[in-house]
Structures are given as structure tokens and as C-alpha cells.
Design a protein around this ligand. Structure first.
Ligand SMILES: *Cc1c(COP(=O)(O)O)cnc(C)c1O
Length: 415
């Protein structure tokens, strides 16, 4: 008999689930609002949202009924036929953004792959096939496919996976005009950036810097690509993070929040950028199928509700105030509070894994990021009570960690 998860009796055998994640030893059984319940019945306050996915928490009645209703009718048909739910979702996305057209995917990485293909296709279609390179930024994250890891170029993503896909030039972050300009050559097709870096440590790009990139793209006939897979869909307090500025991209990748937990992503583009994306140039078997787009439309219903985004901004202010207070009480742990909307980060003076693990023990889910940052990505439906609950747990956990660190310090001095 083959070994099975999780009781693998033979340590030498690889678990049935490929161990590419250092998972916490917890399994959840159900979710309700902003709380999750594990298999022992223990309750957790979720400030991770499945990494910025469950924007409406768990078991939201509108999302559950949209999914069930569509499940009874039709799940999948393929993109060989028209999909009314997909057409509706595309129109709703284009009517609220810079974009004229949408390609649906199942994930963020695929949405970025589509964006990269559009950039190359745009230059090719304009008689410049030699322009295929894309400028990206240090600390960025665009997914786990061979191309999107090359787009990032981060050592930990690319190290063991052979020659990197060619075509990416990495500029320093934060954005500096001169540094980006240096990388623009006769082979450059586009510039791609997350308006708020997520995995990189909740690092927002200033409106001025986004404008610099817009200007450079216009001057050199490059496409400007925004990766809003994490910061989009209301997370920033605006529908899309760049809408807090005057800058619009030519192409934008989105995913995570758009399906509220159902796998769905999309690549949005202007008519000009996507002019060459004609029949046969790109495809996806599942992308935007009836079940996925029924849920996507239901998510949009909720985001479009009167006052919803305003409420995200208000609760974001409350959370930020609580975190700033936490920082003044714990200066030896917290260096900075940064981010936008309900995408906030605590830059710590030590790696975030310890805080994530201790908070989990106290019933609060958080997500680690690079640059010593812990991410707070609660569902967008949290209230002031949840802010207080999270702040209280964080305060307790930080005190515990600081005591441990102080004790370790004394031990090492005694040695
Ligand atoms: C999560 C993420 C991706 C990749 O999304 P997947 O659905 O995991 O493929 C790409 N870009 C950003 C900014 C992300 O946060």
C-alpha cells in the first residue's frame, strides 16, 4: 500500500502531497464570516484571507447561493462557445477600469503570462518583433510558472529550475527614473510592476513613481503592465489600487480576490494593447467558465454595493491606528507600519515566521512576506471589533516574543 498523508509511517517516503509548503499542522473544517474553525473545533480570527483571496470571508450567503445556483445549471462548456456570465463579467470590469477587453484565467500567474504575451504581441503586431524584453522590479512577485519566476528573478524562486526564461531586466525598488531609463533599449517591450508589492513585503509604489513609469512607457512606446493580483479587487480601499492615483496601465493582471476563493483570474487590456490578440493567439480550457464567472459576478455585486469601498477605507484607518499604537508600544519589534487599505504590513526587526507561529497559537492567522514583514490581509468585511481583537492578540504575542528574545539575550551573555 502506498504511504498516505498525514500519517506517514516511514519518514523516508515523500508525503503524498508534494511537500513544497512548510505547512502549519492545522486543518480547517469550516468558516463563517471572518472566523475559521479547525478540526478540533478551535476558532481562529482570519487576518490572512487565504492570501488576499477570501475578501468576503467564509460562507458569504450571496457567494454561496451564486455558486450553488450555477452548479445546478451548468459548470463548464469551454471557450469554443459564448459564455454569457463571462461576457457580463468582462463588461462590468471594463466599465469600471481603463480596459476595453478581458481574458479570463484560473490564476494570477496565468493572468501575468497573458499580460507578458500581450506585451510581446503588441510590439510584434507593430512591426517590432525584436522588442520582447520587460522591465520588472526587485522584490516583485508575479507567480510560479517558469516565465513569471524569471520575471521576478528572485534567487529563491529561480535557483533550482535551470536556465531562466529570457526577456526580463530587473530595476531597483523603490522606482527611480534614471535606473529604469538605463534598462530601456531597442529590445524593450514593456514595464511591469505591482502598485503595492505583496510577497515583497507590502511595499506601495508612490503615485509619482507610477507616473514616472507611465511617462517612460509613453516616451518609448512601451506597454505599462500593472500586476494587481494581490492589491486589486477592493483590497487597497479602491476597486483597483492604481485608481487611487491618476495613472492607468495598458494591461493589468488580476486574480485572488476576484473569485472570493473560487479559482479565477483575468488579464485586462486596452484595445490598442490587445489589437493583435486575435483568434488562436491565446487560450485556456477552463478560463472564465460558467461556474467561475458566476462567482466572479457575485463578488462584483458585493464590491459594487453602496459604501462598500468607503467602509474598507474607514476600517483600514482604524486598523492602521491600532497598528501604529502597537508600534509605539513595541518599538523593539516593529520598525514600520506600511500599506494601503486592508493590505497592511508590519516591518519587524526580526524574521516574521516567529510572529506568525505565535499568533496562530493565540488564534490569529497572519501571512509572512519578504523584507521581515508580516502581512495583515483580513477579509474586507471586518468590523472595529475584529480590529480590537487582532490588536489585543498581537500585543500579547509581541510581549511574549520580546520576553523570549530578552531571556535568550541574557542566556547568551551568561555563556
Ligand atoms: C499571488 C500573486 C500572483 C500569482 O497568483 P497565483 O494565483 O498564485 O498564480 C501573481 N502576482 C501577484 C502580485 C500575486 O500576489
Amino acid at each position: 500500500m502506498k504511504n498516505s498523508q498525514p500519517d506517514n509511517p516511514d519518514e523516508s517516503l515523500i508525503p503524498a502531497v508534494m511537500p513544497t509548503y512548510a505547512r502549519a499542522d492545522i486543518a480547517f473544517e469550516k468558516g463563517e464570516g471572518v472566523y475559521l474553525y479547525d478540526t478540533t473545533g478551535r476558532k481562529y480570527l482570519d487576518f490572512g484571507s487565504g492570501v488576499a483571496v477570501n475578501n468576503f470571508g467564509f460562507s458569504h450567503p450571496h457567494l454561496v447561493s451564486a455558486l450553488k445556483e450555477q452548479a445546478d445549471k451548468l459548470w463548464h462548456t469551454s471557450n469554443l462557445y459564448r459564455i454569457p456570465g463571462q461576457e457580463k463579467l468582462a463588461k462590468r470590469l471594463t466599465s469600471r477600469t481603463f480596459a476595453d477587453t478581458v481574458f479570463f484565467t484560473n490564476s494570477g500567474a496565468e493572468a501575468m503570462e497573458c499580460a507578458i504575451k500581450i506585451a510581446r504581441n503588441y510590439q510584434y503586431s507593430n512591426g517590432k518583433p525584436e522588442r520582447y524584453r520587460i522591465i520588472t522590479f526587485d522584490g516583485c512577485f508575479h507567480g510560479r510558472t517558469l516565465t513569471t519566476i524569471a520575471a521576478s528573478g528572485e534567487e529563491k524562486l529561480v535557483k533550482s529550475f535551470g536556465p531562466q526564461v529570457d526577456g526580463f531586466d530587473h530595476a531597483p525598488f523603490p522606482v527611480q527614473r534614471a535606473e529604469v531609463e538605463k534598462l530601456i533599449t531597442s529590445e524593450t517591450a514593456a514595464i511591469a510592476i505591482e502598485p503595492v508589492q505583496g510577497e515583497g513585503g507590502i511595499r506601495p509604489v508612490t503615485p509619482e513613481c507610477l507616473q514616472v513609469l507611465r511617462d517612460l512607457a509613453d516616451e518609448h512606446d512601451l506597454l505599462l503592465i500593472f500586476d494587481e493580483v494581490q492589491c486589486g479587487m477592493g483590497r487597497s480601499g479602491a476597486f483597483f489600487a492604481h485608481q487611487l492615483t491618476d495613472v492607468t496601465p495598458d494591461v493589468m493582471a488580476i486574480a485572488k480576490g476576484i473569485g472570493g476563493g473560487f479559482p479565477l483570474g483575468a488579464c485586462l487590456a486596452t484595445e490598442k494593447a490587445a489589437a493583435g490578440m486575435t483568434a488562436g493567439t491565446h487560450g485556456s480550457t477552463y478560463g472564465g467558465n460558467p461556474l467561475a464567472t458566476a462567482v466572479g459576478n457575485a463578488v462584483l455585486d458585493l464590491i459594487e454595493e453602496d459604501g462598500f469601498l468607503k467602509n474598507v477605507q474607514d476600517i483600514s484607518d482604524a486598523l492602521r491606528i491600532a497598528l501604529v499604537k502597537l508600534r509605539s508600544n513595541h518599538p523593539e519589534s516593529i520598525e514600520l507600519v506600511r500599506g494601503q487599505g486592508l493590505m497592511l504590513g508590519l516591518k519587524l526587526t526580526y524574521p516574521p515566521a516567529e510572529l506568525v507561529a505565535e499568533a496562530l497559537k493565540e488564534g490569529l492567522l497572519l501571512v509572512a512576506a519578504a523584507d521581515n514583514t508580516v502581512r495583515l490581509l483580513p477579509p474586507l468585511i471586518i468590523t472595529k471589533e475584529h480590529v480590537t481583537e487582532a490588536a489585543d492578540i498581537l500585543s500579547k504575542v509581541l510581549t511574549t516574543i520580546e520576553r523570549k528574545h530578552a531571556a535568550a539575550q541574557i542566556d547568551s551573555e551568561e555563556e
